[in-house]
Design a binder for this molecule. Structure first.
Ligand code: ZN
Length: 284
């Protein structure tokens, strides 16, 4: 299934795309796509619905993050060899784990805002894992059983905040609007192999990143198992898995985002995001 949340920010309704790609309203069936709807049992119930009987949603709609009430938004750094190389970093011996503030989560096509005083805001297309079942000390062999599905993510990053201001990376990772997720939560049964997906990202129509999840240093299985030894993963948690080469900080000369730029990114089977880049302004 391709599950979505659509409507105005903060008032999104649950929905799904039917076999024809038509948006159908699920709000009479379930309250949201969130922790309570992501268990294997809850997803199996949804999969049994006759989608033809669900109301069609016509016209242009805004998509929100396809997971509501995300409790944790965790990220793996430097998980593609060539990306580690382009940033001048060593290949990690163990996964690098950092946190993105959940307040940065937004819809896939909402504008990305440069933080006040930002000079080095950058892009990172990534595969996102959505947890469906509580996971603590799970084995690599079992790890995928705890995954509800996958989504596209842009791990927007302010490199000066991340790398030149001391302390952890988190300062440059959780700024408002730095977490576009979606458009779809694609359930695990529809992704035969999460290590066989192409990823790409354009800025202003120019291809910047091209990658493939087969090039990950640590696989989805390894990541879920590894992270579950440090924190308990809960239904609705989102874990993003690192970015392939081609980020702005790795280019010579370096390139960073400015107001008016447009990012477009996608992953095979997980849809496309488009974000306009805008100057900082107070959020409502
Ligand atoms: Zn990243």
């Amino acid at each position: 299934m391709r599950l979505v949340r659509f409507g105005a920010p903060g008032a999104e309704k649950p929905g799904l795309l039917d076999a024809q790609g038509q948006l159908r309203d699920l709000s009479q069936i379930i309250a949201d796509i969130g922790p309570a709807q992501l268990s294997p049992e809850a997803l199996a119930q949804l999969a049994r619905l006759d989608t033809e009987k669900l109301p069609v949603v016509e016209g242009d709609v805004r998509f929100g993050c396809p997971v509501g009430q995300v409790g944790k938004f965790l990220a793996i750094g430097l998980n593609y060899r060539e990306h580690a190389a382009e940033t001048g970093s060593a290949i990690p011996k163990e996964p690098i784990l950092f946190t993105k503030a959940i307040s940065c989560i937004q819809g896939p096509d909402d504008s990305v805002m440069l933080p006040k005083d930002s000079v080095k805001t950058d892009w990172e297309v990534e595969l996102g894992i959505v947890i469906g079942t509580r996971a603590s000390y799970v084995s690599e062999a079992d790890a995928l059983n705890y995954v509800a599905g996958y989504c596209l993510a842009n791990d927007v990053s302010e490199r000066e905040f991340q790398l030149e201001r001391g302390g952890s990376w988190d300062k440059g990772k959780g700024c408002d609007t730095f977490g576009p997720l979606g458009p779809w939560l694609v359930t695990r049964d529809e992704i035969a192999d999460p290590q066989n997906l192409g990823l790409w990202l354009d800025v202003n129509g120019q291809r910047m990143q091209t990658g493939h999840t087969s090039d990950m240093i640590f696989s989805v299985r390894e990541i879920v198992s590894y992270v579950s030894r440090f924190v308990t993963l809960m239904p609705g948690d989102v874990l993003i898995t690192g970015t392939p080469p081609g980020v702005g900080t790795g280019r010579r000369p370096q390139v960073f985002l400015k107001p008016g730029d447009v990012m477009t990114l996608g992953i095979d089977g997980l849809g496309v995001q488009t974000q306009n880049v805008v100057a900082w302004q107070p959020l409502a």
